[in-house]
Design a protein around this ligand. Structure first.
Ligand code: PEP
Length: 257
């Protein structure tokens, strides 16, 4: 099965409304880059969702960085999946390592969020990845397996292929360090095998698995050259419009329409 490549930008807590608008206008001047056979998404802070909804090029989808799993209620500061979908959001990052480590998100919470996002008709981008200590102990496969299984535990096999998984080694995020593309490809292939075991061959062949961690326009090509890596989740390098356009060019090169 051919899977459409995906380039997802995670802005984290960066960019005001005015800065987001300037980004959208800048990449809009190169809108032809986004026409080819790949998918593109930008995940801004909640405050910039609206301005991006009305200014992003049509082929660049809107994403969110977080969601609450409950539908409504007394959860001060939280935003539900239905609210995001109504705001035009199509993808939601779930279980980013910063949320796991800085905000105490557990596998159980991540699972509920994945389910809520699917239920609202959006695509979860489920983040998994080992930290440096786990890697040094040789536990990488074990960690991504546990996080993948737990994150998708509530997902019906018939829908599991809709999910996007992002393999993000924690030590590579924002550090300028990366695994080799072969190394990342091996871990991603392992995640696909876990998907097959848990959700069946159809889901495993459909699920898109991204690499994330210090991706730039210069190293992206080597990662997506790996057979099992279907794109990238990019933090820092996605903030710059020229960088985002360059990565879009890289990701569409050799992508199937
Ligand atoms: C991320 O935030 O998901 C990420 C991969 O960040 P960076 O590209 O800056 O390492």
């Amino acid at each position: 099965m051919t899977r459409r490549r995906l380039l997802a930008g995670n802005w984290k807590m960066n960019k005001t409304v005015a800065e987001a608008r300037a980004f959208a206008e800048a990449i809009g001047r190169r809108a032809e880059v986004f026409e080819a056979g790949a998918d593109f998404v930008v995940c801004p802070p909640f405050t910039a969702l609206h301005v991006l909804r009305v200014t992003l090029p049509a082929r660049v989808a809107l994403g969110a960085q977080n969601v609450h799993f409950e539908e409504r209620g007394a959860f001060t500061g939280e935003v539900s999946a239905e609210m995001l979908a109504e705001a035009g959001v199509r993808y939601v990052i779930v279980g980013h390592s910063e949320r796991r480590h800085l905000f105490g998100e557990t596998d159980a919470v991540v699972e509920k969020k994945v389910t809520a996002v699917l239920h609202a008709g959006m695509t979860p981008i489920l983040c998994v990845g080992e930290d440096l200590r786990e890697r040094q102990l040789g536990h990488t496969e074990r960690v991504v397996e546990r996080q993948t299984k737990a994150g998708l535990a509530g997902v019906d096999p018939g829908r599991a292929g809709e999910v996007v998984v992002a393999y993000e080694p924690v030590w590579a995020i924002g550090s300028g360090q990366t695994p080799t593309p072969e190394d990342a490809g091996r871990v991603v292939a392992h995640i696909r095998r876990v998907m097959e075991r848990e959700k069946g061959a159809e889901a495993a062949s459909r699920v898109r698995i991204l690499y994330g961690g210090s991706v730039t326009a210069d190293n992206l090509g080597a990662f997506v050259a790996e057979a099992d890596i279907d794109g990238a989740l990019v933090g820092g390098a996605s903030l710059n419009p020229d960088g985002f356009v360059r990565m879009a060019e890289v990701i569409t090169k050799g992508a199937s329409a």
